[in-house]
Design a binder for this molecule. Structure first.
Ligand code: BES
Ligand code: MN
Ligand code: MN
Length: 462
C-alpha cells in the first residue's frame, strides 16, 4: 500500500492533467450534435484504461453510445470487482450562466474547496469520479499484484436513461460476472464528513400535453369562452400536491416504505446545517412535505416536480394570444417499494381523469428507474467504510440520497450482485447546473481511497 500511495503522490499533476483532457471533450449524450465527441470520449477512456495497464480493452457497440469494457483478471480464486461509471455528461446550458467554458476546465478556489476545484461539465458527474478509478487502478498495478480481479464498464448513456446498458448486461452476464459493483457517482456529506450512499431514489418521468382549440386564437376575441391550455395545465399541475405538499395521485403512497422512528432519528443525526443549505442556494426558506425534515424530504420521501413547461408566446414584447396547446415535463422521484411503471400508470390515469372537458390531454412516459437500498452488513460496505476511515481518519456515515442511478437495480436483477456507492462529490458541486465543479481534494482523496477498498474487500471476502 505504501508503494501505491507514494505512486499517487508522485503522479498527482499528471493525473490532473489527464482528467482535464478528458473534460475538454463535450460528451453530451442527450444532444445528437455532440455525437462525434461522445464517440471520441469512449476512445479516450479505452485508451486511458489501456495505458493504465488493463487487458481486454474493448469499445462495445450498442444501439446507442458504446460501452467501454476492460479487465485485469489475475486469479480466479480472488474476488472480482466490477467498476461502473459513465463518460457522458448533461447538456451544459444555460451557457450564459457559466463563468468559464463548460468544456474549458479551469481550477478555482471556493469556500468549500479551499485547495481548488476543477470547473467543467462532468468534472464531478461523472468523468472526474470515474477517472479516479482508472488512476487508482494504475497506481495499484505500479504497487504490486492486485488484491482482486477488476473489470471496468464505463458507459455513455447514463444521463439519458442507460437503456442500452440494460440490454448489454442481459447479453453479457458471463463477461460481467463479479462479486460486487463499485460505483463513484454520488456524494459525501462534506470534505471532513465522509459518508457512503446506501440508498438512491427511483424515477418516473413523463411528458404531458394539454390541447385546446385547433389553432392559436386572439385572446380578446375568444378569451373567456375557450379554455386556455396553459391556464388548464397550470391548475392541473397545482392540484397534484395539497397544502401539506402531499401528492394527490390516488394510490401514489400505497407502496411507500414507512421507516421506523428510530431509523429516522438516526438519519437526522447526520450533520446538516439548514442555514448553510439555504445560504448555498440563496433561498430564505426550505419547503416540503409536512412532518419531514430537509434530509428526509430529499432522500426517503417521493416527489413530484415540473422540470420544464412551455407554450404560448415567449418572445419580445406582448402578443395577445390564446395558445392552442401547453406542455410540461414532470419527474417523480420514487422510494422503496414504489415501482416506476406502476407510478407512471397511476399518474397517467389520474392526469387524464382530472382534465376538464374543454381540453384533451396526452401523457407520454419517458425512461424510469427503480429505487435501491444497499445493506451495511456486507463485506463491500465494510470494505468501503474501512477504506474511507483509512484516508479520512473518520468512520463514514451511511446516507440515503435523492438522486437516481437506475442501472443499480438492474445490476441486482440481471447480474445478481449488490453495488457499493462510494462517491466523493459534494451536493453543492453543481452537477447538472452551470459551473459544475469537483474539488481537487475530492479527486485525490478518491484515488487514495479506492486501493484501500480493494485491499479490505479481498481480506473480508477470505
Ligand atoms: N450521478 C447522478 C445521480 C446522483 C447524483 C446520485 C448525486 C446521488 C447523488 C446521475 O448521473 C444522474 O444524474 N442520474 C439521473 C437519472 C437519469 C435517469 C437521468 C438523475 O438522478 O436525475
Ligand atoms: Mn452520474
Ligand atoms: Mn447526472
Amino acid at each position: 500500500m505504501e508503494k501505491v500511495q507514494s505512486f499517487i503522490q508522485d503522479n498527482k499533476q499528471r493525473f490532473l492533467d489527464e482528467l482535464l483532457d478528458l473534460l475538454r471533450i463535450p460528451s453530451v449524450s442527450a444532444d445528437p450534435a455532440y455525437k462525434e465527441d461522445v464517440l471520441r470520449t469512449a476512445d479516450f477512456v479505452a485508451d486511458a484504461l489501456k495505458k493504465a495497464g488493463a487487458d481486454n480493452v474493448e469499445i462495445c457497440p450498442t444501439a446507442g453510445y458504446p460501452i467501454v469494457y476492460a479487465d485485469k483478471i489475475i486469479d480466479s480464486k480472488l474476488p472480482t470487482v466490477l467498476v461502473y461509471g459513465h463518460y457522458d455528461v448533461q447538456p451544459p446550458d444555460p451557457l450564459d450562466l457559466w463563468e468559464s467554458g463548460p468544456f474549458e476546465p479551469v481550477i478555482k478556489k471556493t469556500e468549500l474547496h479551499p485547495d481548488g476545484a476543477i470547473f467543467a461539465r462532468g468534472a464531478c458527474d461523472d468523468k472526474g469520479q470515474a477517472f479516479m478509478h482508472v488512476k487508482a487502478f494504475e497506481a495499484m498495478l505500479a504497487g504490486g499484484p492486485l488484491p482482486c480481479n477488476v473489470k471496468f464498464m464505463i458507459e455513455g448513456e447514463e444521463e439519458v436513461g442507460s437503456d442500452n446498458l440494460g440490454t448489454f448486461c442481459k447479453e453479457n452476464t458471463e463477461k460481467l460476472a463479479c462479486d460486487v459493483v463499485l460505483i463513484s457517482d454520488t456524494s459525501i456529506i462534506a470534505n471532513d464528513v465522509p459518508s457512503i450512499t446506501v440508498g438512491l431514489r427511483g424515477l418516473s418521468y413523463v411528458e404531458v400535453e394539454v390541447v385546446g382549440p385547433n389553432r392559436d386564437l386572439h385572446s380578446g376575441v375568444y378569451g373567456g369562452a375557450v379554455a386556455n391550455p396553459i391556464n388548464v395545465l397550470s391548475s392541473m399541475i397545482a392540484s397534484l400536491q395539497d397544502e401539506n405538499k402531499h401528492i394527490t395521485i390516488p394510490g401514489f403512497y400505497d407502496d411507500v416504505e414507512e421507516l421506523s422512528a428510530e431509523y429516522r432519528k438516526k438519519m437526522n443525526e447526520a450533520p446538516h446545517s439548514e442555514d448553510a443549505y439555504k445560504r448555498d442556494l440563496n433561498i430564505d426558506a426550505t419547503q416540503g412535505e409536512t412532518g419531514y425534515t430537509t434530509i428526509e424530504r430529499a432522500s426517503i420521501r417521493p416527489t413530484l416536480d415540473v422540470n420544464g413547461i412551455w407554450g404560448g408566446y415567449i418572445g419580445e414584447g406582448a402578443k395577445t394570444v390564446l395558445p392552442s396547446k401547453a406542455n410540461a415535463k414532470i419527474s417523480m422521484r420514487l422510494v422503496p417499494n414504489q415501482s416506476s411503471d406502476k407510478i407512471t400508470e397511476l399518474f397517467q390515469k389520474h392526469f387524464e381523469s382530472i382534465a376538464p372537458d374543454s381540453v384533451k390531454v396526452r401523457v407520454k412516459p419517458h425512461h424510469g428507474g427503480e429505487p435501491v437500498v444497499t445493506p451495511t452488513d456486507t463485506p463491500e460496505y465494510m470494505a468501503a467504510s474501512k477504506a474511507m476511515e483509512a484516508t479520512f481518519g473518520k468512520t463514514p456515515i451511511p446516507t440515503r440520497e435523492g438522486g437516481s442511478i437506475p442501472i443499480v437495480a438492474l445490476f441486482e436483477d440481471v447480474l445478481g450482485v449488490k453495488s457499493v456507492l462510494m462517491g466523493f462529490g459534494l451536493n453543492s458541486d453543481a452537477i447538472h447546473s452551470p459551473n459544475e465543479h469537483y474539488g481537487l481534494f475530492n479527486y485525490y482523496k478518491g484515488i487514495e481511497t479506492i486501493p484501500y477498498f480493494y485491499k479490505y474487500y479481498a481480506e473480508l471476502k477470505k
